[in-house]
Design a protein around this ligand. Structure first.
Ligand code: GDP
Ligand code: MG
Length: 672
């Protein structure tokens, strides 16, 4: 039983390899910062069981952002049996910097030279035996995406772990003055009973504060070390921090020149360069971006999306709901039970499943954006614009992910190094309209704005963005003062999105959605049915205006009357919406659709009794802006790590929601 850690730069294919090894379906994306937490899985190599740990990408062992700290801490304190260092062979030199540090940690290292398919396609040649000899570290060429070389890699890895690294060891700083001084430092700490790795010794030499703090050295030891450092700097007339980095870079440049023959000179334009000349062009970038977004939304919410939804609606209603009702009646099941199963559970869950195809379509597009590498460009393009609103380009990726689901989007905010920027992003991301809100829009748009379905839904998405940006300005000059940090993000090479990655990714979402429909929403439907079928005295009531729900709803009516939807059914649906936004549809479905048909068309008809087009729109505005759901709430709390900020986020979002729908309703009433 071994533990292997996967370490490497962001975007080098760690998660792809992790998924190949463990058969899991973790999220892969072509932009740096996809994996923000570590993840473990098991794989078998012959008879040996290996736990593989997927870590967030790091450029070096001197971390800056939070997810980088996760990796460094894991490697240095939890000491895996072996590090599988994944290198993007198309970016060899940059990736090698981390390698040069990893080999000094004292943990055995094996190098997985990834993306060999791209190297071959480009006609580049890498002399692997020479690389092994020079680095004195095992190197296995692989292609994680194509699952090539992965078995060989794991066999070699287990062998290296069995030998505890064997004779393999290398520091690119061997034969430089760094080694003897580092040895002196290790001797000093050993004298005080603390054994440190060569890497830590070099970090002490570089005056790295985190290492100094983590080692807990006695004062005398620290003073002795400072003396050694000071004297040697005087003697050699250097500053260690700069000198060490410089030595590493120089070594890597020589290594690369000796072992890699590129088919094209670096000055030649690559495909990525050519695409970027258009996509990140000063004048074309924004139109291209808007064009891409418009296309996605048009397909998802326009004709094609509605076509899918209509088909699904027919399927769910004729097969699931009505079929089930017929069956139960034939079986002579009691009326109330038919009501619970058909009008409660089947209608509530079915209602939401209707929108599954449309949601998956949106997810497919989002994952194509991610996997192709365009997402990182979009972040880059949006940086300048977002800066005006107190955000940075890095906030863009979480916010765009927010159109899918708020939960992973809030977690993705970890890539922001700066605490202020991160808080800001977490508070604003929920304003991006997530997939769960779509069914609510669709039902209302169908009922009240049949001719303008697409534009109405798109207007809500845009409103969410506008409120987020406006909030950026407000927060920037109040509770989150300051400017967003400068944007540094590597732009990865464009890649043809891998069908497998996209299918996995979308399937993962579909599964989540379906599981949610049959667990949380099913349960919610039962509870909703109960609350609307029984009076506060727990007596079964035929008329749901006498129910517990009506009682609860009426308490909220005064709060929402100024917004135009002071009707108990609408109010109470906001409460269930907090469980999951889709539940708003189930609730209204159950509350309005009782008794007879429960198809979306019937609900639409029934809604006309409770809403006018204006109050319906104002209601949608509230749905758009208030806290997405319980899961989002707990995620925000986890990521903020502070109750104060969590409640601030909730309070801010609720206030914004109320205020905006108040404005929409009242301005609308004056105009129409
Ligand atoms: P991570 O950030 O290191 O976890 O990287 P990911 O596993 O998310 O992969 C980053 C991108 O590289 C994705 O678009 C992958 O599809 C792509 N990728 C990973 N391995 C390979 C490979 O062997 N060949 C090619 N061509 N692409 C790869
Ligand atoms: Mg990853």
């Amino acid at each position: 039983m071994y533990r292997f850690a996967l370490a490497g730069n962001p975007n080098c294919g760690k998660t792809t390899l992790f998924n190949q090894l463990t058969g899991s379906r973790a999220h892969v994306g072509n932009w740096p910062g996809v994996t923000v937490d570590r993840r473990e899985g098991i794989c078998h190599v012959g008879d040996t069981e290996v736990t593989v740990v997927d870590l967030p990408g790091i450029y070096s062992l001197s971390p800056y952002s939070e997810e980088e700290v996760v990796s460094r801490k894991y490697l240095l304190t939890e000491k895996p049996d072996l590090i599988i260092n994944i290198i993007d062979a198309t970016n060899f030199e940059r990736n090698m910097y981390l390698t040069s540090q990893l080999t000094e940690t004292g943990i055995p290292v094996i190098i997985a030279l990834n993306m060999m398919d791209e190297i071959e396609a480009a006609g580049d040649k890498i002399d692997i035996p020479k690389l092994v000899k020079k680095l004195n570290t095992p190197v296995v060429p692989i292609s994680a995406v194509k699952n090539r070389g992965v078995d060989e890699l794991m066999e070699a890895a287990v062998k290296t772990a069995e030998d505890k690294g064997g004779n393999y060891f290398h520091s690119v700083l061997s034969d430089t003055p760094v080694i003897p001084i580092a040895a002196d430092i290790r001797k000093i700490t050993a004298k005080y009973g603390i054994n440190i790795s060569l890497f830590s010794a070099i970090k002490l030499l570089e005056n790295d504060e985190r290492i100094i703090d983590s080692l807990d050295l006695p004062k005398e030891a620290r003073e002795l070390i400072e003396l050694v450092i000071h004297n040697s700097e005087e003697e050699l007339d250097i500053e260690w921090e700069i000198y060490v980095a410089d030595l590493r870079y120089r070594y890597i440049a020589e290594l690369s020149a000796a072992c890699i023959k590129r088919a094209h000179s670096p000055e030649e334009l690559t495909v990525t360069d050519r695409i970027d000349m258009i996509v990140t062009n000063k004048y074309l970038a924004i139109p291209v971006f808007l064009g891409v977004m418009l296309l996605i939304f048009q397909i998802t919410f326009g004709g094609f999306g509605s076509f899918l939804t209509d088909g699904m609606d027919r399927l769910v209603n004729s097969v699931a709901v009505e079929g089930l009702r017929g069956f139960l009646i034939k079986c002579n099941v009691a009326d109330w039970a038919v009501g619970l199963v058909v009008d409660g559970i089947a209608a509530g869950v079915g209602m939401v499943l209707v929108y599954l195809p449309q949601i998956l379509l949106l997810f497919t597009f989002l994952s194509i954006l991610e996997d192709s590498g365009y997402m990182a460009r979009a972040a880059f393009i949006m940086d300048r614009l977002l800066r005006n609103f107190g955000l940075s380009g890095k906030s863009f990726v979480p916010m765009l992910m927010g159109f899918g689901c708020t939960v992973p989007a809030v977690m993705a905010a970890r890539t922001l190094e700066n605490e202020r920027d991160r808080r800001m992003t977490i508070i604003l991301t929920p304003f991006m309209s997530c997939g769960a809100r779509m069914p609510v829009y669709a039902v209302f748009a169908g009922a009240f704005f049949a001719a303008y379905r697409g534009p109405v839904v798109i207007s809500l998405y845009l409103l969410g963005i506008a409120v987020a940006l406006l909030s950026g300005i407000i927060l920037k000059s109040t509770v989150l003062k300051g400017e967003a940090e400068t944007f540094i993000m590597e732009l990865p090479n464009y890649r043809f999105p891998s069908a497998k990655t996209i299918v996995l990714h979308v399937w993962e979402r579909a599964k989540e959605f379906i599981v949610k429909a049959f667990t949380i929403l099913l349960l919610a439907s039962v509870v909703i049915w109960f609350l609307q079928s029984f009076s506060p005295a727990l007596k079964y009531v035929d008329d749901n205006t006498q129910s517990i729900f009506a009682f609860m709803g009426r308490l909220l009516v005064p709060v929402f009357r100024p917004c135009g939807f002071g009707e108990w059914r609408a109010c109470v649906a906001l409460l269930t919406g907090f469980v999951a936004k889709e539940a708003v549809v189930s609730t209204l479905g159950i509350l309005y659709g009782v008794g007879d048909a429960s198809s979306t068309a019937a609900i639409a008809g029934a809604l006309a009794n409770g809403f006018t087009p204006l109050s319906a729109y104002s209601y949608l505005v509230f749905i758009l802006l208030y806290m997405p759901c319980v899961v989002a709430f707990t995620t925000i709390h986890k990521e903020m790590n502070s109750w104060k900020w969590t409640f601030f986020a909730v309070a801010y979002q609720t206030a914004a929601a109320w205020l905006m729908s108040f404005i929409v309703f009242n301005v609308g009433s004056m105009l129409f």
